[in-house]
Ligand binder design. Structure first.
Ligand SMILES: O=C(O)[C@@H](CO)OP(=O)(O)O
Length: 247
């Protein structure tokens, strides 16, 4: 049996992407632009014949709604869905809700970039019970909700999940759509492409553009880095993410 195709999809633009706020586990809505990006993602899946058999999402509405919109557009709204917190965005700790440009101004470029993109420097932890903390959220009953995470923490929660679930679907020949987030997908790409802790710091994932991975029987990409279904829009989108926080 041949290996299924993997498609990674970062959610469309969220309200806090638009207002330049650190988001993490805060459950913000898509903007109208984000909804449009979800539709376009679905069109790309359909036009390029990359039709998922199963969809995995985080527990956050920006990823859930993007997947629903894209699948509806591609006429695959009926496929089975699995949702798991391990696909959630990286928890941004005390930075959740704060403006990226203000944090950059207050703490300087180096500290700002260490919190955003270093592999193992987590932001300061969020206070339990504060406005943007998730410690009392019923959807996370039974798990220890993080107070902050660095990318390494995301890799450590995501890879065992990948190995026990998503990779098995692919090995069984199913096409899998993973609808998730900038940093949880960076963790997945790092794992798939075997990227070093240093090289992942320079990788940014644009909103709403499907990224296809063709895998061999060892789940190694035969197209390293994956293939965006709209490469020009992806390059522009990734540059915009990289520049967030700049004036
Ligand atoms: O705020 C966040 O949760 C993420 C994704 O939007 O931001 P960044 O790209 O700065 O890691």
């Amino acid at each position: 049996m041949s290996i299924g195709t993997l498609v990674l999809l970062r959610h469309g633009e969220s309200e806090w992407n638009a207002s330049n706020q650190f988001t993490g586990w805060v459950d913000v809505h898509l903007t109208d632009k984000g909804i449009g990006e979800g539709k376009r993602a679905g069109k790309l899946l359909e036009e390029q014949g990359v039709l998922p058999d199963v969809v995995y999402t985080s527990l956050l509405r920006r990823a859930i709604n993007t997947a629903n919109i894209a699948l509806d557009e591609a006429d695959r709204h009926w496929i089975p869905v699995v949702r798991d917190w391990r696909l959630n965005e990286r928890h941004y700790g005390k930075l959740q809700g704060l403006n990226k440009a203000q944090i950059r101004d207050e703490f300087g470029e180096e500290q700002f970039m260490a919190w955003r993109r270093s592999y193992d420097t987590p932001p300061p932890p969020i206070d339990a019970g504060s406005e943007y903390s998730q410690d009392g959220d019923v959807r996370y009953a039974g798990i220890t909700v993080p107070a902050t995470e660095c990318l390494k923490d995301v890799v450590e929660r995501m890879v065992p999940y990948w190995e026990s679930t998503i990779s098995k679907e692919l090995l069984a020949g199913k096409n899998v759509l993973v609808a998730a987030h900038g940093n949880s997908l960076r963790a997945m790409v790092k794992h798939l492409d075997g990227m070093s802790d240093d090289s992942i710091t320079g990788l940014n994932i644009p909103t709403g553009i499907p990224l296809r991975y063709d895998l061999d029987e060892n789940l190694k990409p035969t197209n390293p880095g994956g293939t965006y279904l709209d490469p020009d829009a992806a390059a522009a989108g990734a540059a915009a993410v990289a520049n967030q926080g700049s004036k």
